[in-house]
Design a protein around this ligand. Structure first.
Ligand SMILES: Cc1cc2nc3c(=O)[nH]c(=O)nc-3n(C[C@H](O)[C@H](O)[C@H](O)COP(=O)(O)OP(=O)(O)OC[C@H]3O[C@@H](n4cnc5c(N)ncnc54)[C@H](O)[C@@H]3O)c2cc1C
Length: 290
């Protein structure tokens, strides 16, 4: 059984390094000012796709990422680890998108990609932290979804049986393909880059990247088409601009700030009952808990 798998992967600001210029005046994230990384749980999602391909070698894994031009790095990273290809959904019209607008744009790109069996997303992105995009994409495509997946137990008769890790325990559920899964950080870590694949794909570029670089590898691309990373605009995916980006986003991020705990906020407690009780009363009083 060969499966067509789409992995949704997001390039996120490394929230461990949010500086003062993290936000633009219009309340959108200044992505250019922040070091960017592969969203951690999307690496867990990619690993699940690669494990399916280990079992079903005829399967294909295509990455889909929506973001600014430099998000092409996400596709290269996926190729270095074993994915077969990827699409960069990039257009000024997508900027400032909330989860509704993001999932709409992604679903339009998936419709353009044609037939698929499985979409695998991360549970959550470390910047928006909403865990909404995966389920929203499933809804927009009218397919079933299994979220908080920790392990794919079996794939048979067009059904996937999966183990979900929930706050209060685990759940084993089954769903028919086409299906969307969201993967938890408790699932296995992604395998590292493969040296041979790094050599094969290190020159993989989007058209825009090639234009910005004075690459003298042009002949390379004609002889190795897999090095051409496709870029899709709002027109390419036939999306309605009015429901994309900031204009299509009912949620506007008003302000984000870096919360760094200062030493003066810490308190040393003994493990005496009275100290613990005092702490509990304080945390309940200031609504940190309870
Ligand atoms: C601090 C902050 C708070 C925000 N709060 C909200 C909010 O409350 N409501 C809201 O609607 N928006 C919010 N946003 C905007 C939101 O981050 C963007 O809409 C974002 O594109 C998707 O939401 P998310 O980051 O929460 O992703 P999640 O829903 O957590 O992402 C889940 C999974 O979907 C896939 N995915 C998500 N984005 C992409 C992408 N661009 N390309 C490919 N795959 C993707 C990945 O697999 C990811 O693991 C916030 C942004 C910031 C920076």
């Amino acid at each position: 059984m060969d499966l067509k798998i789409i992995v949704l992967a997001k390039q996120v600001p490394d929230t461990r390094n949010v500086g003062k210029d993290a936000m633009k005046a219009d309340g959108t994230v200044n992505r250019a000012a922040l070091p960017a990384i592969f969203n951690p749980e999307d690496l867990n999602a990619l690993e699940q796709a690669l494990r399916i391909k280990d079992q079903h070698p005829g399967s294909s894994i295509i990455l889909l990422t929506m973001g600014p031009g430099r998000a092409a790095e996400i596709i290269r990273e996926g190729l270095f680890r074993g994915a077969d290809g990827g699409y960069l959904l990039t257009d000024r019209a997508f900027a400032g998108a909330d989860t509704l607008a993001t999932s709409y744009a992604l679903s339009m790109a998936i419709k353009k990609m044609g037939h698929f069996d499985l979409i695998i997303a991360g549970r959550q992105a470390i910047d928006g932290d909403t865990a909404q995009v995966g389920p929203q994409v499933a809804e927009k495509l009218g397919i079933a979804q299994i979220t908080y997946v920790e392990e794919i137990i079996s794939i048979a008769d067009n059904k996937i049986r999966a183990k979900r890790r929930l706050e209060k325990g685990i759940e084993i559920v089954e769903g028919s393909m086409p299906l969307l899964l969201t993967i938890n950080a408790s699932a296995p870590e992604c395998r590292p880059r493969n040296a041979k694949l790094v050599m094969k794909y290190k020159h993989a570029r989007t058209v825009t990247e090639k234009q910005n670089e004075d690459t003298d590898y042009l002949s390379l691309y004609s002889s190795r088409p897999y090095l051409d990373l496709p870029e899709w605009s709002v027109i390419d995916v036939k999306a309605d601009v009015a429901i994309c980006g900031l204009s299509g986003s009912p949620t506007k991020v008003k302000k984000i700030e870096n919360v760094v705990f200062q030493a003066k906020e810490s308190k040393t407690l003994s493990n005496s009952d009275s100290d613990i009780e005092e702490l509990m009363i304080e945390l309940i009083t200031n609504h940190t808990i309870g």
